[in-house]
Design a protein around this ligand. Structure first.
Ligand SMILES: O=C(O)CCC(=O)C(=O)O
Ligand SMILES: [Fe+2]
Length: 223
């Protein structure tokens, strides 16, 4: 019984890091995580294969595949003009629903996500060495919240302020199944991934090594 109802139920309570920024540890079940990982492998195969985007001529250490709209610094297009010119996959209806559930969760209001219709997702894969420097998500024309889901190895996430990449910031460990939402006054906060902790992916999450992060967004674009 001690193991079944162990202290781990208490260990990772949800936390509001700033106005509009909420972390919900362990939001996705292992079955949900494994199902999403299976979808990830399908997306990574194409029509636009997963690739490292280039920022000012340098490949990012993270590899990205997009849904709905294709992102490259600092623009969204329907076709992956910097990869193979193919149109990206449609944004899946199940992911719209998941985004709405995420907002309902963080707002504490069952209808809190009803108006949320994300139309792009950046699906990132991190190996042991991958990082993401401090940045703002600001290639979208909409300031609707960003919904972030993590699967696989735990990683150190730095959540900063809206003024600069520097302090004050908070470092948290995003683990497999964690939800993080940033919107409202936190929508343009700088953030990044400092480090992946190898070998920390839980059994059954569908990913033996590395980390997947999905960020759903509203581009505010038409066409
Ligand atoms: O991997 C993460 O948790 C964050 C990813 C991110 O900031 C992005 O894709 O813009
Ligand atoms: Fe980001």
């Amino acid at each position: 019984m001690d193991a079944l109802f162990g202290d781990d139920l208490l260990a990772r309570p949800r936390r509001q890091l700033a106005d509009g920024a909420t972390w919900v540890p362990g939001w996705l079940t292992l079955d949900q995580q494994a199902w999403i990982v299976a979808r990830f492998h399908e997306w990574a195969d194409g029509p636009v294969p997963i690739r490292a985007a280039k920022v000012r001529g340098h490949e990012m250490s993270v590899k990205t595949v997009c849904l709905g709209w294709h992102w490259r610094p600092y623009e969204y297009t329907r076709e992956a003009v910097d990869v193979n010119g193919n149109r990206v996959l449609d944004f899946p209806a199940w992911m719209v629903r998941l985004g709405r559930l995420a907002l309902a969760e963080v707002t504490g209001d069952p209808s809190g996500g009803d108006d949320y219709t994300p139309d792009t997702a950046l699906v990132n894969f991190y190996d042991d060495q991958a990082r993401m420097g401090m940045h703002q998500d600001r290639d979208e024309r909409s300031l609707a919240p960003v919904v972030s889901l993590s699967i696989g190895d735990t990683s150190r996430f730095r959540f900063g302020n809206t003024e600069s990449r520097n302090k004050p910031y908070q470092d948290i460990d995003l683990a497999s199944g964690d939800l993080f939402v940033f919107g409202g006054p936190s929508r343009l906060a700088y953030h990044g991934i400092q480090k992946v902790h190898p070998g920390t992916a839980p059994e059954g999450c569908g990913l033996a090594a590395g980390r997947i992060n999905i960020t759903m967004r509203v581009t505010g674009l038409t066409g």
